[in-house]
Ligand binder design. Structure first.
Ligand SMILES: [Zn+2]
Length: 337
């Protein structure tokens, strides 16, 4: 069966439906936000711009959950003794967060946890089960009515199968969906009264919950200095110590998830000029070539810092970003301007 790309009207309807479940659905935990974000990221990493359905493995969704919650499960210490972690649930802490909190005591980074394959796979399995039993079952539930526009629950026992046209719409609107979900997620955390003592200590909640942490990025910089022989990725000029920044090749504003192959090192000047823009095609080729030739080093040295490092997926994200740019007429940045 041929599945057509959704019409403009169908796409708008889809976006309205996303807004409807975010607005009218009941949220007893933050799992539903994590699920929508995960589906939209996986549609980009695993899908394509067609009207077809897409089958997603529960373990891939679980991996996205772990990445999201790992960042947010950092404990905050108060008056020496008491430690607090953002409560992601209406009542007691959410099960996935408890599981991750416990593992954080043994593993300093997500990368180290991933390398302990026995523990990692058992975590994936447990999280996948929770995802399937909780948010997947209730996401499309609005005042006890099932409103199945993303997937049909009864067909999702082994994999989560996105209905035709859904993958296309998720890819089309992922920036909007990410932003909506993050905003609602932050609101949920703020309104949860058990979080009050922590919120005062976290002036920038958005940064804490979703953005990469400084120490991790400094460690990435350390690896890239070596890989690039301390020259700027964009202008190739030698860089002075401290005068460089880790740049998200595909800008964070387009795709707010850190993947190991997406990092390059740029001098402050190129970094600030590129800002939130995509780099021009010549840099895309240079980046792809860098990833081909240095794949093994990147996988080896950056995954251990806790980042997903999968060249195929990073390149799929880039394909998506550049085709979005073409379609929507985004400005590309070139250092020749
Ligand atoms: Zn430069």
């Amino acid at each position: 069966m041929l599945n057509l790309v959704p019409t403009a009207q169908e796409q708008l309807k889809f976006l309205k439906n996303i807004q409807l479940i975010l607005q009218s659905g009941s949220f007893s935990s933050t799992y539903k936000f994590a699920l929508l974000i995960s589906l939209s990221r996986l549609a980009i990493e695993k899908g394509q711009d067609s009207g077809d359905g897409l089958a997603l493995e529960y373990k891939d969704i679980a991996e996205k959950f772990i990445e999201l919650y790992w960042k947010q499960a950092v404990p905050y210490t108060f008056q020496e003794e008491s430690k607090l972690i953002l409560n992601q649930n209406n009542g007691k802490q959410a099960a996935i967060v408890n599981r991750i909190t416990l593992l954080r005591q043994t593993y300093a980074s997500l990368g180290l946890l991933r390398r302990d394959s026995l523990v990692w796979f058992s975590l994936l399995k447990d999280v996948a089960r929770t995802v399937k039993e909780m948010p997947v079952r209730y996401l499309q539930n609005i005042s006890s009515q099932n409103f199945e526009f993303l997937y049909q629950l009864e067909k999702c026992s082994k994999q989560l199968i996105l209905l035709p046209q859904v993958m296309y719409c998720l890819r089309q609107f992922s920036e909007i969906i990410e932003e909506l979900c993050q905003k609602r997620w932050i609101d949920y955390i703020r309104k949860n009264s058990s979080n009050v003592p922590i919120l005062n200590k976290l002036p920038n909640l958005e940064q804490f919950m979703f953005e990469p942490n400084r120490n991790q990025l400094n460690a990435v910089a350390h690896v890239l200095v070596e890989l690039q022989e301390c020259k700027c990725f964009y202008c190739n000029r030698p860089m002075k110590k401290g005068n460089y920044a880790v740049d998200h090749f595909i800008p964070w504003s387009m795709y707010p998830s850190d993947t190991g192959h997406n990092f390059v090192l740029a001098d402050s000047s190129c970094n600030s000029k590129k800002s939130n823009l995509l780099a021009s095609d010549e840099f895309l080729h240079k980046w792809e070539e860098r990833n081909e030739t240095q794949d093994l080093i990147i996988v080896d040295r950056i995954s251990v810092l806790g980042f997903l490092t999968d060249k195929e997926r990073s390149h799929k994200v880039a394909d998506w970003a550049y085709s979005q740019a073409k379609e929507n007429g985004y400005l590309l940045w070139s250092n020749k301007l």
